[in-house]
Design a protein around this ligand. Sequence first.
Ligand code: ZN
Length: 279
Amino acid sequence: MSVGAHRLRVRNAAQIVTVCSRGERVLRGGEMGNVAVLEGEEGEGVGLAVDGDGKIEAVDLDSEIDAALQGCTFDHVIDASGQCVIPGLVDAHTHPVWEGDRVHEFAMKLAGATYMEVHAKGGGIHYTVDCVRRASLDQLYTSLDRRLTAMLTTGTTVVEAKSGYGLDLENETKMLRAIERAKREHAMTISSTYCGAHAIPKGSTAEDATQDVVNVQIPALRELCATGELSIDNIDVFCEKGVFDTDASRRILSTGKDAGWKLNFHGDELFPMNSGEFF
Ligand SMILES: [Zn+2]
């Protein structure tokens, strides 16, 4: 254990959820039902210490940590009396930038309509696309900020955030600018994803939409990344029967990969297409 300046000390907690107890890196399947919890004992709480590099250095009874880190100073000390400390949730798939809720579609779904039937009647993604195209960047940011704060309040600390309701350069850029602003101003840690191939725009075809994404949107967005206006981490495509087939998806993802973005796609969501085998 190192002596010296530390970033954080949490003390007096009733419980700390450590997830793994025997050195596993992850829990899978049935193991997920046995989440490890460290509990205080005989009136003494449990705590943790974070070193100067932001790494968790100790998780233990407070007396054990105090003994091991004697003489250390901490930038922040949090009294977690009576509280349970849990790891931050990493939300790996979200669409948090949107306008126009789709509550009215619940009635259609309850009456038995499928995702694609709702979509064909002008609902689903297309309804949101119309609302997002009409919204200003400020409007999009305001509702995104509110949603991220709600997520943070309920335990999410890292979120992957997609665009995908613009479906053209102007509006995809507007969505990505909202996410970029949140990256800079919001406390949430964000991984941003360009998802311009989330649906085929009304009046277009899969081939035209693919060409627009590959030849127009991605090159322009690469330019904005090069100038530092945007920082895109990942690219996503809706690889699905009746949307982007595996060939179109591969063209889109490989163009994104060339731009330096990590691959991330919706595959086998509605129809099995063995998508995972193609990429
Ligand atoms: Zn999705």
